[in-house]
Design a protein around this ligand. Structure first.
Ligand SMILES: [Zn+2]
Length: 158
């Protein structure tokens, strides 16, 4: 299936979506709990960072446990609040797309509207540190990393 999946509703992650959707006609998928943020340009950084373009409504809102087909891989959605209220992590055997929950050597900021340091810490524990060490993480910014690497070297997980 072809789809545009947003890991969370910050403008730097969805600003290109209208263009991609126009070209591909792919459906737009977003974590359910981020819909309010997605619709609010004053909170999702669109007003600050981007041209105030109209964004398309999501075609499907993803709840925890939902699955998204990606080639022959089935990704499962996990709710990952902290960086944003409705951020999601998409997981399959051996891989995870983490959005801005975790980066190589850092974690997502929690000072934006709807962010929560407490929730981020819970999400990291529940959704990242519970994964096998060899799981490859694909963050929303920067290079890929692994659970083992972050467990050992990420100062925010110490
Ligand atoms: Zn973000």
């Amino acid at each position: 299936m072809r789809a545009v999946v947003l890991t969370h509703a910050h403008w730097d992650h969805f600003g290109g979506a209208p263009h991609v959707i126009r070209r591909t006609k792919a459906p737009l998928l977003l974590g359910k709990e981020d819909l309010d943020l997605y619709r609010d340009p004053s909170s999702n950084l669109a007003a600050l960072l981007g041209p105030e373009a109209r964004v398309p409504e999501p075609d499907r809102l993803l709840e925890p446990g939902a699955t998204v087909e990606f080639g022959d891989v089935t990704l499962t959605v996990a709710h990952a609040p902290g960086h944003s209220p409705g951020g999601i992590i998409l997981k399959a055997e051996g891989i995870a797309f983490t959005g801005d929950t975790i980066f190589a050597g850092a974690v997502g900021r929690t000072d934006l509207p709807g962010g929560s340091g407490t929730q981020l810490a819970e999400t990291l524990e529940r959704e990242i540190l519970s994964l096998p060490d060899e799981t490859i993480l694909y963050p929303g910014h920067g290079p890929e990393t692994s659970v083992e690497r972050e467990r050992r070297f990420n100062p925010f997980l110490a």
